[in-house]
Design a protein around this ligand. Sequence first.
Ligand SMILES: [Zn+2]
Length: 166
Amino acid sequence: MIDFCLKPLDSRSRFSLIANHRCYREKGHDGKCSEYPYLQDLEKTHKKVAQKIKRDSTNTTGAAWASADAGPNRILRWAMLLSDEELRGYELDMSQLRPGIVAKLREKAAPYEDCMQVAMKLTWLVYQMPDAPTPPDSIRRYLETRCATKVAQEKSRWAMLEVEPI
Ligand SMILES: [Zn+2]
């Protein structure tokens, strides 16, 4: 297994201190760091799919949140690891939400690293779909070495994260 570069990346996200964004290219790579190097091709050819992979792996599911008492709609999963008090510092008042909604948001909390793993595996699954584009060799190898054997065993974890079907 080849290690990741993991150099810290700048991010404009207001929750970036919690996420601690990292480079997920291979250790010792040339050129610029990148958080989602394996999405490079889909970003060019199937932008919506690439965006969906990022969104579903890093955000809580959206659905009903956009109602009157909705509060955060599709908030970053790692933000939901913060306490109510810490979230008030981000102007998110969980006490304004119905308990059912709070429970649902909290249930979808996940650390940044877990979300990055899910994004990788989702991408690999997308490339396995019928009619999927063929990934460039470098991306295929990157995903195969990291995802091919693990996906089946981790279905339950995915269910926990409630990744939406593509
Ligand atoms: Zn890097």
